[in-house]
Design a protein around this ligand. Sequence first.
Ligand code: UDP
Length: 433
Amino acid sequence: MKQNNHLSQIDVDAYAEYIGNQKVEYLRSMAEVLQDREWAHINSTFEGGGVAEMLNSIVPLARNLGINTNWYCIEGDKSFYSITKRFHNIIQGVDQKFTLEDLFDIYIKTNQKNFENIVIKEDFTVVHDPQPCASIIHGNYDSKLIWRCHIDTSEANELIWNFLLPYINNYDGVIFSMKEFVKAGIKKPVYQISPAIDPLTFKNRQRTHEEALDTLDPLLKEYQIDPERPIILAVSRYDIHKNQKTIIEAFKKLNRDKKIKALKPQLILVGNSADDDPEGMEMYQDILQVINGNKDIYPLLNIPDNDKNIGALMKLAKVFIHVSTKEGFGLVVTEALWQGTPVIGSSVGGIVTQVLPGKTGYLVGPMDTDSIVSHAKHLLLEKEERARMGTQAVEHVRENFLITGLVEKYIKLMRFQLGIDYPYFKILPSPHR
Ligand code: UDP
């Protein structure tokens, strides 16, 4: 088990610019009773993917509020990550196989091994996703424990769900991003909490068009991307569910339109590989084949100055596309909306809470290239419409998906779990369908 000792510092007052002084004061007052109490997070990577992205802000913010908060990461070898990636896939509907050795000799043993020299004694612990889920039994805790599931388990394969359920039902509670994700069989209290972004990070700092251009100058030069031509952007891990192939197909179709062709749009795909995702490189190679040398499509991998450049690209883009076939939430959608860029998103998982049709973007079926084309065409041609949606997009994120709101919900849950308070929000019955 590793502990993250490289976190930045955050001052909660800095959020007043985005949420107002009153909300900052409220957050502070909610945390007051938790001064010097301890909070732990356990996941499986310090870098890459939405969970690490959020913990990089949640942990320093909680510390600044006076809660002693630590972030641990379980360690495994390649075979462990190959199994947990298969868990992830099979839970989201892809057919994958496991042997008894996979589950018992590798998955469980890795969970066990991570706790050989450590007891997690923080008052309240949040265990993220399936990778460390079994540590509730095979780990070593003296803590109130919550399992936080970031993926859509609503149609999880029965075999893997039945394997995970006894672990899940040993936690004191479970959090899902959407109530629709809760599959039958959970006997512990279930809560709904949406993920969120941090407006103070390099990535999410709001910038002007000129600032974005300035930041991007080296990257655009390196890849010979012309900032005068409209940019259609997609950002995500190279992963089967992120469905980049459909975006490429839609872009090729879009370019057959005469009016659009005259604008010379370019498609930029940005992706990275996460430490706990061994399939990324293979998927990237597949994508290169689909692109087949098309000069208007730029498939970028692990870009330099990742955070600054991602935020700046999101600002510069005219349209952001995210048409996953399965999606727990899709932080990239929030990030793009926050930069004032309308999003064409698939009507899947948490994307539907972010993309409000006609208001912050458009919803389409994940494989519906024709709808992607018609909405992209509309957004590329109608500047005022784009600006109107962009303004609404920013306000939608401010109201619903900023990190301060997320930490407030965790604090309320912690107060309840530690016996300080009544529950502040509804405990959902299981299942919800
Ligand atoms: N991301 C990044 N660089 C990349 C691709 C993705 O920094 O090249 C970030 C992205 O900005 C977002 C996170 O990784 O913050 C992905 O979170 P999301 O919820 O969209 O997807 P996940 O990877 O968790 O399925």
